[in-house]
Design a protein around this ligand. Structure first.
Ligand code: HEM
Length: 507
């Protein structure tokens, strides 16, 4: 019996652990592949090509808990799924696996696919109402203003390691810059920045402290919203509160949370991968300095070859339909294979051909849900890298390229470190050395308490969650003013984020 027959005959889907999932279950008689675990995560590109060779444009795969899904591999099939919401909805409550109670409460897919009241999970008129509030707000930031923020925070981060001549560009630069800038766009006190970086990093790692980290993020946002109601400003929090779409309290908070997290993880990844390309690929360094290739070109090449989201979960079929020659049943889940679509031989017969100026990659999605923050993400990455290369012109990798290591999961993969060296430049920003301590010392040591040194607006910050591996603050923390006393992160009577989420799922 084929996978489809077994899975969908009479609407029945085999329970997790069913042998049909393991042997002879694929349409070609082959074994169905799991989208998680060592094989898929060690070499995602090779894994996608193996699937493409066996199944073509759309492949059946298994998610954690052996939940079935369709991975869209073809460029054009991805565009169809993204641009046809009448057939492929964003509403995860349609998923057959949810409806039939087969998703375990602790399933690692839940944090990304459990339905939330945000523009990411709705279609049609409701999507337009919610998304307009976000896009109207994001569009009010001009590029020059963004560049000012990026310059300030890049300089602070560089000052934190500039006198040492050595840096890990992932943990001391790329993982910090986007969140520091985003706190400014949201109108949050600067002191929240470094702690939010730690909480956001912890949250996506899915560790045992992930729920506490998420609550820290939500509580920081809740306090900012409360403050902005009585003291509005020129920031996204104020604009969401005041928008004519009339977002309620929960919608404001959920959109702020998803903007913050969507922006942070993706932009950090884009910065790391672009820096890696600039430092390891001699063509790029030569082209950049010779003016043949611009930094925006390098960013686009990375968005084609190493998109920050390798796949986007997901879309859910509104009725029985067809995609890439596959019979898709109502309620099936589609995973949009952004990285696989970008490497589709139909659109890129030779992956080595440079794609200067070509922005038709799938990295930001397409259709009604296309990323509304792409200009901001690009601006943070481009300005940040530009400032780094300008301040440290002899920056170079301090390990062999072959020693670089990526850590991955089913949705994305990240460089764990990008060690580099340069001529020490302590003379550049003596006035910022203290200001950099909070961000850069925290970056270097994994410290979560490095908030005070960046603070300019006195305001109570919620207690930071303990990140795994958090260290005692290093010597630089001595220059930080003590944090104000913190109230409990989540008042006892308030329902936890996770239980709210599960309640929603269960309808
Ligand atoms: C460079 C980094 C970024 C990448 C690669 C990226 C990628 C994406 C992708 C693939 C989607 C899903 C599209 C779909 O479902 O079809 C998305 C949605 C979204 N992104 Fe981004 N993003 C980035 C930066 C940002 C930034 C900086 C912000 C906010 C300032 C942001 C806010 C959002 C929001 C709110 C959505 C949901 C839109 C909707 O469902 O209507 N993103 N992004």
């Amino acid at each position: 019996m084929t996978y489809e027959e077994h899975a969908y005959q009479g609407g029945l889907v085999p329970p997790p652990g069913c042998p049909a999932h393991r042997a002879g279950g694929g349409p070609g008689g082959g074994e169905l592949l799991r989208l998680f675990g060592p094989e898929a995560e060690a070499d995602p590109a090779g894994f996608y090509e193996k699937l493409r060779a066996e199944h073509g444009e759309v492949a059946p795969v298994l998610l954690h808990g052996d939940l079935p899904a369709w991975l869209v591999l073809g460029y054009s099939a991805n565009l169809t799924a993204m641009r046809t919401p009448s057939r492929f909805s964003r509403d995860s409550r349609r998923w057959t696996e949810f409806r039939q109670g087969r998703v375990a409460p602790d399933s690692p897919v839940l944090p990304v696919i459990a339905w939330q009241p945000t523009c990411s999970f709705v279609d049609g008129e409701e999507h337009r109402r919610l998304r307009t509030a976000v896009t109207d707000g994001l569009n009010r930031f001009d590029r020059r203003g963004m560049r000012r923020f990026v310059t300030r925070f890049s300089d602070q981060l560089i000052a934190g390691f500039g006198d040492s001549g050595r840096v890990d560009l992932v943990s001391q630069f790329a993982e910090h810059l986007p969140m520091l800038v985003m706190t400014q766009l949201l109108g949050m006190p600067e002191e929240y920045g470094p702690r939010l970086v730690e909480a956001a990093r912890d949250l996506v790692k899915g560790t045992e402290t992930a729920v506490a980290s998420n609550e820290y993020v939500v509580e920081s946002l809740r306090r900012t919203v409360e403050r902005k109601r009585s003291d509005p400003g020129q920031d996204l929090v104020t604009w969401l509160i005041e928008h004519e779409s009339g977002l309620n309290e929960e919608e404001v908070l959920e959109h702020l949370r998803s903007v913050l997290l969507a922006a942070n993880e993706t932009t950090s990844n884009l910065i790391s991968e672009t820096l890696k390309m600039v430092l390891t690929d001699s063509r790029f360094r030569a082209h950049l300095s010779g003016g043949q290739m611009t930094l925006p070109d390098a960013l686009d090449q990375v968005l084609w070859d190493s998109p920050p989201f390798m796949l986007v979960p997901g879309r859910w079929a509104t009725g029985d339909t067809e995609l890439g020659g596959r019979a898709i049943k109502a309620g099936d889940m589609l995973l949009l294979g952004v990285a696989a679509g970008n490497a589709d031989p139909v659109v890129r017969p030779d992956l080595d051909t440079p794609l200067f100026g070509n922005r038709s990659h799938l990295a930001f999605g397409s259709g009604p849900h296309e990323c509304p923050g792409q200009e901001i993400g690009r601006a943070i990455a481009e300005s940040g890298i530009d400032i780094l290369l300008t301040r440290l012109p002899d920056l170079q990798l301090s390990v062999e390229e072959s020693e670089l290591v990526w850590r991955g999961n089913w949705m994305s993969r990240h460089l764990t470190e990008l060690p580099a060296r340069f001529t020490p430049r302590s003379e550049l920003y003596p006035q910022q050395a203290a200001g950099a301590a909070g961000a850069a010392a925290g970056a270097g040591t994994g410290t979560v308490g490095g908030a005070g040194a960046l603070a300019s607006t006195p305001s109570a910050a919620p207690a930071a969650p303990a990140a795994p591996g958090a260290t005692v603050p290093g010597p630089r923390s001595a220059v930080r003013p003590p944090l104000p006393p913190a109230p409990p992160v989540v008042p006892p009577q308030r329902r936890g984020w996770w239980s709210t989420l599960l309640a929603r799922l269960r309808g």
